[in-house]
Design a protein around this ligand. Sequence first.
Ligand SMILES: [Zn+2]
Length: 257
Amino acid sequence: MKITKHLVGVLLGSTLTFLAACHSTSDSTKEHVEWGYSGSIGPEHWGELSPDYRLASEGKSQSPIDIDTSAVTAGGGDVSVQCTASVDELVNNGHSIQANVSSGGTLTTPTGTYRLKQFHFHSPSEHTIDGEHAAMEMHMVHADDDGNLAVVAVMIREGSENPFFAKLWPHIPAIRGANQDVAGTPFGPGDLLPAGRQTWRYSGSLTTPPCSENVDWTMMQTPVEASAAQVAKFREIMFHNNRPTQPLNGRAVQAGN
Ligand SMILES: [Zn+2]
């Protein structure tokens, strides 16, 4: 509820539909058609579930994708992620665990400057690198004043315990639709991002219905780590929540800084 009200002011059009559909615990903004990750409402059916979701089957610039590192070209440009902010609340929206964030983070890419709204997790990873999934993937969702979206993706591999996730994980709401107030949990770039900041960049879509396109994607080439227990706890609650990789259809993936 809180995040919807907050974002209505700055996000427009299909972005709003997206937020109502899958980044809110309330459907007060718009009725939406239920979707999921398996069975008759799984990813292969998203495009048939609602006219609003038709890009899921008809779109030509969909996400996630496989990053074929042998086909990456230069020219991704410079990216600056300033993510010093704090987490306000953790939300189990039924599709992911989402951390809603207070103002403070900005992302600048060759397409513009965006503000950090939330970050959330997928398991296993949605993108693959040379065909390989990581244990999890984090999406830092940014928007500009016109509702254009830019997402920074960070692969999470199983390894050492992640100290920042260790602060959040005890508060993950296990029940769909539940919120947990964690106001005042600060974080900086070192809490979310790897030390190496080389990127892969491409133009794609939301990975959840309505799968709107023209999303500016930046993927960190270097993963961060989380412990096997941290990955297991997320999976216990969310099971699997990854959309399969989508055709490139001639899009370029460019290495950036
Ligand atoms: Zn995501």
